[in-house]
Design a protein around this ligand. Structure first.
Ligand code: 26M
Length: 821
């Protein structure tokens, strides 16, 4: 039997130029002299992806031959960032494309700028998913990412008079060259209706779902190319369409307008990413999204990925579904429904298999961020799933009553169904009961999960709980984003670090090498020039590359405490303007912020307005001689992160201890040679352990201290009364100094700090100011500072997402790598 060949592209400049022109002429239908930048970008991107096609097709072929166990990463978000550079790197085409385009008079960089980043995520959780699938492809582990192809990603943030105004993110407007739609493989997803009783052929009474309506899920495939691995995995995102039946029925009734409305209704499901990242709103459409992508994905895996006639009892040998937070947890009752209702399995059999197929990652500690779905809503949208959840809970509670016969209180606490304020399903509990493993995302976070959020469960199943500390991909966040530093590292230790980041250890001795430090500083400076240029063009913001770059970029949330950093800045300003601090004693700094607020999060939006207002005042105050400036570019995203982080001297990781599950920006800064000022929170704990106290600016309460203060009854106003600098800073804001004399504008922000301050910003103020003073002292000694910066890079290897993936594989998935040929 002959094996049909797979086409191969020739790896030369001439071949590239030929293919590029072919794409431009035959694909875009334009000739070079009339081609727009977008035409050229699309043609080039399509040409580049062709170079990865051979690997993709052989990966798929090999997978169906070997039937190796795969990871299915179920995530409502994949925050991919721009694709072109990553694809060029994977295909090893950067030089060929640069040269080929140049021969046609085209600059690669101009085309790069034309790519619109797919912002299909809110922040850390979505970006983590993107790093993980990059690492798995690089490490040759079979993985399918499953998610939603939102037509609109995270909103575009603009500032109008300093206030956040959201614009829709129409990322598909100019077409996306990276996706492969497969409408012929669409699957049907049901909703609503009711559950009926019936007798099967043997007269056994059973229950089944009679759905009320359905939609189609159309898969869009994306390549996930590994770096130098020869493997290209698949990311499959689902897009909602109306079913034929759905609109035909209405259409035949003669109501054309109604038929078109039905179309719109179905397509709404994948229309837009919800921009909340910590306070789930319990919206019906959000639950529809969750069930939609999860039902599509399970059906896809069972019917399309597995071979025909596969014995589903062996499912755990072929797949592990990793639940990225609770968003996909409805997959648990869905798999039960498929096995029990559709395949006719008995309950216990189905439950045993289901439990082996799932594992759950928790990404939060904030109680308000834990998803609960009101029973009323679930029952209306997914009546059979609600019944299944009830049955799971009944059997679980029975098990608990046996284990704790005299502790009914405990049993009720652990119920998957909450009774108050409305009867609702606690998705984190369902995930914990169903999953074979539950993991937190940093050592401290996993410990707090065991001790606080899920303590009853950890006592019941101690072996279920584990930690996997997050990581970031060194391909995107070091090699591609910081070519200067990457080059220097490779010169020093070879290029093995790109796939084996622990090798950065080899840089440690060079921290004591003056010439190496000089070059390291030179690169940091060049990176500052680069971001200065970007900020000027992108936002019209002027920054001084000769200053210390002090950077805080992350979602705007009170627990992350952007206000703490702002109070420090305001305090410095207040001391300067009142003459208590001489300008000559101020370390020139650029304070950079990047932050989006959830559109409904009023306090977060006011904090954004306050940062902008303080920024405006400082930046316009010539008496500061440019020594303190605030740069707050709108619409912080992956693309901006890639140029901003490599330019940073100081990384702000100042959440209240016990609130930030991990953080991943902190790791990106470390790997790019910034020093951290941070609390004992999330992965900061591990960063500090690895880099050493002398290379980290630790400040603030630790988690047990926070717990104690809160227990005793925290009084923020006491700090206002006893700390004169703090009082003056808050009073200055209240005076209207940053709001054109209006005392009301920022009153709610200050009042909240004074009377509530849920995240103890005032309690940590003085410690933060003291730590910042130490930063100034340390920065004054540039040699010592650079030495610390080099050590941060050298000791950051642990934070590669390749290491995270190894930990998941060893502790949870047990999916060995598979060679691509
Ligand atoms: C939920 C319901 C409705 C709409 C949106 C959501 C939702 C979306 C994203 C809730 C939470 C979301 O993300 C939370 C998140 O990003 N958590 C972060 O995860 C990172 C990766 O593990 C950690 O590094 C951060 O500490 C953690 O805050």
């Amino acid at each position: 039997e002959t094996i049909p060949p797979i086409a191969v592209r020739e790896h030369t400049v001439d071949a590239f130029v030929r293919e590029f022109l072919r794409e431009l002429n035959f694909g875009q239908g334009v000739d070079l002299t009339r081609a727009s930048v977008n035409d050229k970008y699309l043609a080039m991107a399509r040409t580049v992806r062709h170079y990865l096609m051979t690997r993709w097709l052989s990966t798929l072929r090999r997978q169906s031959e070997l039937q190796a166990k795969s990871v299915a990463y179920l995530s409502a978000e994949f925050l991919l960032g721009r694709q072109l550079d990553n694809a060029l790197l994977a295909a090893d085409l950067e030089d060929i494309v640069t040269e080929g385009l140049a021969s046609l008079g085209i600059e690669l960089d101009e085309l790069r700028q034309a790519e619109v980043e797919p912002g299909l995520g809110n922040g850390g959780l979505g970006r983590l998913a993107a790093c993980f699938i990059d690492s798995l492809a690089t490490m040759n582990v079979p993985c399918i990412g499953y998610g939603i192809r939102y037509e609109y990603g995270i909103f575009q943030q603009t500032f109008v008079d300093g206030e956040q105004v959201e614009k829709p993110d129409d990322w598909l407007r100019l077409g996306s060259p990276w996706e492969f739609p497969h409408p012929e493989s669409a699957v049907t997803v049901d909703f609503g209706g009711s559950v009926e009783q019936y007798q099967d052929d043997d007269g056994v009474v059973k229950r089944r779902w009679v759905p009320g309506w359905s939609v189609l899920g159309v898969p869009y495939n994306y390549m996930v190319p590994g770096y130098e691995s020869g493997r290209v995995n698949t990311l499959r995102l689902w897009s909602a369409r109306a079913t034929r039946a759905f609109d035909l029925e209405i259409f035949n009734s003669g109501d054309y307008a109604e038929a078109v409305r039905a179309q719109t209704f179905a397509e709404n499901i994948s229309k837009v990413l919800y921009p909340e990242d910590s306070t789930p709103q319990g919206k019906e459409l959000r639950l529809q999204q969750q069930y939609f992508f999860v039902a599509c994905s399970i059906k896809d895996f069972v019917d399309q990925v597995l071979p025909q006639g596969f014995d589903l009892h062996k499912l755990p040998e072929r797949i592990v579904f990793q639940l990225n937070d609770t968003h996909p947890v409805i997959a648990v009752p869905e798999l039960m429904r498929v096995l029990v209702d559709e395949k006719g399995w008995d309950w216990d059999d189905a439950w045993a298999t289901t439990q082996q197929c799932f594992a759950y990652t928790c990404h939060t500690l904030l109680p308000e961020a834990l998803e609960v779905w009101p029973v009323e809503l679930l029952g209306r949208l997914l009546p059979r799933h609600l019944e299944i959840i009830y049955r799971i809970n009944e059997e679980f509670l029975e098990e608990l009553r046996e284990a704790y016969p005299d502790d009914e209180l405990r049993v009720r606490r652990m119920s998957i169904i909450a009774e108050y304020p409305v009867r609702a399903v606690r998705m984190a509990y369902l995930a914990t009961v169903a999953g074979s493993k539950v993991n937190g995302v940093a050592a401290l976070h996993s410990q707090l999960l065991r001790d606080k959020v899920l303590d009853d469960f950890a006592q019941h199943w101690p072996e279920k709980f584990t930690n996997v500390t997050n990581g970031v991909t060194p391909r995107r966040f070091l090699k591609l984003s910081n070519p200067g530093l990457s080059g220097l590292i490779t010169e020093a230790i070879g290029d093995g670090w790109v796939t084996d980041l622990d090798r950065l250890k080899g840089l440690e001795p060079l921290a004591d090498d003056a010439e190496f430090r000089r070059r390291f500083r030179e690169i940091k400076h060049a990176n500052k020039l680069r971001i200065a240029d970007v900020l000027e063009r992108r936002d019209g913001i002027v920054v001084d590359p000769e200053t210390l770059f002090d950077v805080m970029v992350k979602r705007l949330h009170e627990y992350k405490r952007q206000t703490l950093k702002l109070l420090h800045i305001v305090s410095l300003y207040e001391q300067i303007t009142t003459g208590r601090l001489a300008l000559a004693d101020v370390t020139p700094r650029t304070f950079a912020f990047g932050a989006k607020a959830a559109p409904g999060y009023v306090m977060a939006k006011q904090i954004i307005a306050l940062i902008n207002a303080v920024g405006r005042t400082l930046n316009e105050d010539t008496s500061l001689e440019g020594r303190l400036r605030i740069a707050f570019p709108a619409n912080y995203n992956v693309t901006l992160a890639e140029t901003l982080i490599p330019a940073a001297d100081l990384s702000e990781q100042i959440s209240l201890a016990g609130k930030e599950a991990s953080g991943t920006g902190n790791m990106k800064f470390m790997l790019n040679g910034a020093l951290t000022i941070g609390t004992d929170d999330g992965a900061n704990v591990e960063i500090r352990q690895l880099v050493g106290d002398e290379n980290f600016f630790l400040f603030g309460l630790d988690e047990p201290q926070v717990a104690e203060i809160v227990e005793r009854g925290y009084q923020p106003s006491a700090y206002y009364e006893t700390n004169a600098d703090l009082r003056r800073a808050l009073d200055l804001i209240l005076s209207g100094a940053f709001s054109g004399g209006d005392r009301h504008t920022f009153e709610p922000v200050v009042a909240n700090l004074l009377h509530e301050d849920r995240f103890l910003a005032l309690a940590d103020f003085q410690a933060y100011v003291d730590a910042q003073a130490k930063v100034d002292v340390a920065y004054a000694d540039q040699e010592a500072w650079t030495r610390s910066a080099v050590l941060n890079v050298a000791r950051g290897g642990f934070f590669s997402s390749d290491r995270s993936m190894r930990d998941y594989i060893d502790r949870i998935w047990h999916t060995p790598p598979v060679s691509p040929s």
